[in-house]
Design a protein around this ligand. Structure first.
Ligand SMILES: Cc1ncc(C[n+]2csc(CCOP(=O)(O)OP(=O)(O)O)c2C)c(N)n1
Length: 316
């Protein structure tokens, strides 16, 4: 695992000057993931905030070869790139030979939760099942943020979005989140993990582990969004931490089928602590909202107990 000094000394592969919002979780995630690769990187990004905010013509923040894919096919794009690379390597047509397997080119796809949980799921599932050698990083900000905060299947229960507005008809989103991390585990991927940018060490370690594996790997990373969460930009990292202290966003990994919880809060905080800092949940603190908060808490508790039961065990 790299030290902070080592990481800070490395070349920045995702440069500043991009147009992502102040307090957005995406830039620290992308910077850390790119830094954790030992060899050269080729990246692709689904349509969404990351793509729009980092590649407005004629500018780019990417200091690695990068391809924009459509909203739904980041995983198909990265599998195509990886297959082409393998074919060129087999035919001896690579201009430069990799020094070692460890230093060989890494293939990384980034997508938001809309592009990953919903519209890109078919491409992602196919690429996972075909066993391409790539890392897929989902930055989960809990809605389609780039187009104006529409609900996705990652949006938490009770959250107000423009397509699940809280009011007299509905109390925000009425459905539970889809657990895509478990869906990825069910693909028998050799490495699947959840991470958060506030814990840079854990995120770096998980990205490095995912990238050293020859096969399809997946990281689901919590990504605070002041715009869509109606939160303060300066609270983003604290909110990311609180999401793990409340166990809303458990940090864990499934490495070669063995589940390991990476962080167990000494004192599990009530979910209200996290919800109350975000305007998207403010209606839940008015009369009638307690029931929904209780439902969210119960769901978190059940999920956390289930994870504790599986901790250290081979789960597939
Ligand atoms: C097939 C298709 N449908 C819709 C869009 C419009 N669109 C572009 S980005 C986006 C939202 C992306 O949401 P998400 O993947 O969660 O990423 P974020 O914006 O939060 O970064 C939408 C709906 C599109 N580009 N292509």
């Amino acid at each position: 695992m790299a030290t902070l000094k080592e990481l800070a000394g490395q070349e920045e592969l995702f440069s500043g000057g991009h147009r992502l919002c102040a307090g957005c979780g995406i830039p620290p995630i992308v910077r850390l993931v790119l830094r954790s690769a030992k060899g050269p990187v080729v990246a692709t990004t689904a349509t969404g905030c990351l793509e729009v905010g980092s590649t407005i013509y004629p500018y780019t923040s990417w200091k690695v070869p990068w391809m924009h894919s459509a909203f739904e096919n980041a995983a198909a794009t990265i599998s195509g790139i990886e297959s082409a690379y393998k074919a060129l390597k087999r035919k001896g047509r690579l201009p430069v030979k990799p020094v070692s397997d460890d230093k060989d080119t890494k293939f990384i796809a980034f997508g938001g939760d809309g592009g990953t949980y919903d519209i890109g799921l078919q491409a992602l599932s196919g690429a996972m099942e075909r066993g391409h050698n790539f890392l897929y990083v989902c930055y989960d900000n809990g809605a389609y943020m780039n187009t104006g905060i529409q609900r996705s299947s990652a949006t938490p229960l009770g959250s107000a979005t423009t397509t699940s507005p809280a009011g007299s008809v509905i109390p925000g989103k009425e459905e539970y989140r889809k657990d895509i991390t478990r869906i990825m585990v069910a693909h028998r991927s050799p490495y699947v993990a959840q991470a958060s940018p506030h814990n840079w060490k854990d995120l770096e370690k998980k990205a490095a582990r995912a990238l050293e594996i020859n096969g399809p790997t997946f990281l689901n990373v919590m990504s605070p969004c002041p715009l869509g969460w109606y939160s303060k930009p300066e609270d983003s990292i604290a909110l990311a931490k609180l999401s793990t202290d409340t166990c809303f966003w458990p940090l864990y990994e499934v490495d070669e089928g063995v589940l390991k919880i990476s962080y167990k809060p000494k004192e599990k905080k009530p979910i209200g602590d996290w919800l109350k800092l975000q305007g998207r949940f403010k209606h839940l603190f008015k009369p009638g909202g307690e029931e929904i908060i209780e439902k969210i808490q119960l769901d978190i508790d059940t999920n956390w107990e289930r994870l504790l039961d599986m901790d250290g065990k081979l789960i597939f």
